[in-house]
Structure formats: C-alpha cells, structure tokens
Design a binder for this molecule. Structure first.
Ligand code: AMP
Ligand code: GLY
Length: 419
C-alpha cells in the first residue's frame, strides 16, 4: 500500500513510525513532515490545508490511504473533498469534525445525549456575557472557552470576575482568536484528574485504545499557561479496569448512540478529553483526531499492525482490534524557551542515536537547514518516549536519554508522569 500522512508534528512522526512497520507498506509519504519523519518516509512540501495539492498528489502517486493528523484540515473539510474524488481517507468529514470544531455543538450534543459534562451557558455577545458573570450567579474559578478552534489556547480559567470580564473582552471584542471567539461557552470549573481516552470508530463499532494522560501546563506542578502538551504517560495511573468500564458505559456508549441518533457519519478517531472527578468521569472536550503527545505513548504500546484497522475504518467497516503490550510508556517533550509564547527558531540540535529499542525519539518542530544540519523549527521541538515494565523505569529512561539531547533554549518539565 501507498500511504500519505497529513501533518508534521510529533503525533505524525509516531503515526508514520507505526504505520511504516506494516508489512503491507510499499511506500509512505508525509505532507509536510519534519526532519525526523524524513528518515522513515518521503516528505512532500504541501500544507495540510492545501486540499487541491494534496488531492492532486494522492491521485498522481496512487495513494491507497491518507491518514490525517491535525484537526484543522478535518474541520475545514479535507475528508469531504477526498471522498468527492473517491480517495480513501482516515478521518471524519465536516459533519463529524464539528464535534471538535465547535465547543457549543459539542456541549449541546453532550447535554442531549446524557454525557456527563460541566454545567454551561452559551453567549453570542459580550454584553450578555459580562452581565451574567457580573450578576453574582457564578462562583470562581470559572472556565471561558472560545467556540471555535484556537490551537489549544481558547480556554481561560478565570480565578476571579475581573479575569472573566477581561477574557470575554479579549475573545469577543478584541477578536483574539478571530471568528473562533465570536461565541463563547462559560462553564463550571471541574476538579480532578485529566485523562485521554481514544477510540477508533466507523460510527457503528469502535475499539478503545490504551488510555493516556498528558501534562498540558508549561511548568512543573501543573503551573503556568496551557501548551499543546509537555509530555504524556500510558496507561494513565488514575485509570484502572473499573474506571475504564465506567468510561465506556457513561461516555463512549452514549456518544456512539448520540452519533446514531443524530445521523452523524464518523470514520476516524475520537479522543475524549476527560476530567475524572469525585462524581465520576466528565467530558471536557471531544477531539476528532489523535492526541499529541498522547499518540507518542499510545502507539508504542500497541503490538502488531494498525494499518489494516485504519484502512478498514476508512472503507467504512471496522475490522480487527488492538493488542496492547504490558509496558508503560512515558514521553517527555523538549520545547523552545518562550513557548507557548514567542520563541526563536533555527538552533542546532545535538541528537545522539538511541542504543535501545525501548527509546523512541519523535520530532515535532525540526528541520534540516541549508547545510543539512538538524535545527529547531517550532515551539515543541522533539520528544523522547521510553518503554519499560513500570512507570519509574520508563521515567528514568526517558529523562536519561533526554539529557543527551541539546539545543539552545531547550526546556522540558522534570515531573512528567510523576504528578
Ligand atoms: P479543552 O480544550 O476544553 O480540553 O480545555 C483545555 C484545558 O483546560 C483542559 O485540558 C483542562 O486542563 C482545562 N479545562 C477545560 N475545561 C475545564 C473545566 N470545566 N474545569 C477545569 N479545567 C478545565
Ligand atoms: N494533548 C492534547 C491534544 O492533543 O489536544
């Protein structure tokens, strides 16, 4: 098979790494990819949002399956376009991707189908929103979310009313996230442990993947602003077999029923961002693609080939299952100083070759410069996944290898999988 992966971060490196091991693979391409991906696939310089060029490429190169990494192309309709051209694609069409593309749509879906989620109110204009939080109806902290996609930055946890007022003004009047912030959701603050649950579904059946936990905040002890994710662990230490069953019964099953009742077509991954509270698991958000960095700890724990599963889903009928290895996986992300705010790029990266097959290096923002040297090219730069029989050893191995990687301004959290 000839497979095209769309995207160029750590998630796509992990997907390319896993899929490239399939005995079915004849050739694997990635658009646009990164320096790490270019060692295992042919990278093609096409933006994930340039659907015309991607379609043209898929046709000219007889691509059997396209696998989409990031959410934006899905929300903008890449799968609709590919299907119109009779090209097989893994990832939902617009009608399914809206579950991530609109928080309001997602919250209304959850409410209608009895999926536990934080209490919420929707606002279409800043005056009503400010009046509401000024009226004394709510207690702080409270959570304000831009309705649309905002690259993981559209959620503000407000410790007091003033912060809430400012967040509303920033999103709705100053248009910090453009159209994405024209409508907002104001929701109850939930306390608990976060967890990431992924399923692969053809909308009728599904398989659950190993659970994971990511660390979203930039600093140790879950402090500072939210990032795309600073590291992850799988399985999640807070999820035992009983909790997994509760999640299946109270969240995944009602979600599947909801898809059916609404007539929403969905072929791809659903990643449920959960908060495990004292009252049980609640959904914070739906994502319609694999998590990043969750994918870097989930895929290494799956034994065997995942390509037939993805292919069968793209064709519309899920076939097969996933076999999980007993190992624990820990992933730590090294970022550029300044991230998730402003940062510099173009610094040379010193990267030794891992000597053990239990250490995997996934590139995110990296490229080869004109001299062919590996340099930084993004906020999240590179990450290390270690596999071990237990969490302590996986942490030790991941951090041990990360210490050997060097670039100017390199920063990483020291407490991934420890808190
Ligand atoms: P989301 O994009 O909705 O997953 O939100 C991003 C992050 O904000 C989550 O991973 C949580 O850390 C935090 N968050 C979102 N909603 C809530 C909530 N209702 N209560 C507490 N924290 C939340
Ligand atoms: N790690 C969170 C996400 O991929 O959205």
């Amino acid at each position: 098979m000839k497979v095209l992966i769309v995207g160029g971060g750590g998630r796509e490196h992990a997907l390319t790494w896993k899929i490239s091991q399939s005995p079915l693979i004849e050739k694997i391409y990635c658009a646009p990819g990164n320096a790490g991906i270019s060692t295992i696939a042919e990278c093609v310089d096409i933006s994930p949002l340039d659907f015309d060029k991607l379609i043209d490429f898929a046709k000219k190169n007889n691509i059997d399956l396209t696998v989409v990494g990031p959410e934006q192309p899905l929300v903008e309709g890449i799968a609709d376009r590919f299907e119109e051209e009779n090209l097989l694609i893994y990832g939902p069409k617009k009608e399914g991707a809206i579950l991530e593309g609109s928080k309001i749509f997602a919250k209304n879906f959850m409410q209608k189908h009895n999926i536990p989620t934080a209490k919420y109110v929707v606002f279409n204009n800043p005056v009503d929103a400010r009046n509401y939080i000024g009226s004394g109806e709510i207690t702080c902290p409270t959570v304000i979310k831009a309705d649309g996609l905002a690259a993981g930055k559209g959620v503000v946890i407000c410790e007091n009313i003033v912060q809430g007022m400012n967040a509303i003004t920033e999103m709705m009047e100053n248009k910090r996230f453009g159209k994405a912030g024209e409508k907002i959701v104001l929701e109850e603050f939930l306390v608990g442990w976060e967890a990431s649950i992924h399923i692969i579904t053809d909308e009728k059946n599904y398989v659950m993947l190993p659970c994971a936990k990511d660390h979203k905040k930039i600093y140790d002890g879950e402090k500072g602003p939210n990032t795309g994710g600073m590291g992850a662990v799988s399985p999640s230490p807070q999820i035992d077999a009983t909790m997994k069953e509760t999640i299946r019964k109270t969240i995944v099953e009602p979600f599947m029923k909801g898809l059916k009742e609404e007539g929403i077509r969905f072929k791809g991954t659903v990643f449920f961002g959960l908060m495990i509270t004292k009252k049980g698991p609640f959904v914070l958000e739906f994502n319609v693609r694999f998590g990043d960095p969750e994918t870097q700890v989930i895929l290494p724990r799956i034994d065997g080939d995942i390509l037939p599963l993805l292919y069968s889903v793209a064709k519309g009928k899920l076939e097969g299952d996933v076999k999980m290895s007993g190992n624990v996986a820990v992933n730590v992300v090294a970022v550029s100083r300044g991230y998730p705010g402003k940062y510099e790029k173009g610094f040379e990266i010193e990267l030794p070759e891992p000597t053990s097959s239990n250490i995997l290096v996934f590139h995110a923002g990296t490229k080869l410069n004109e001299e062919g040297k590996l340099v930084t090219n993004g906020g999240r730069v590179i990450s290390v996944t270690a596999l071990a029989p237990d969490i302590e050893n996986a942490r030790k191995e991941a951090y041990g290898f990360l210490k050997q990687i060097k670039f100017k301004g390199m920063f990483y959290r020291k407490d991934i999988a420890a808190v």
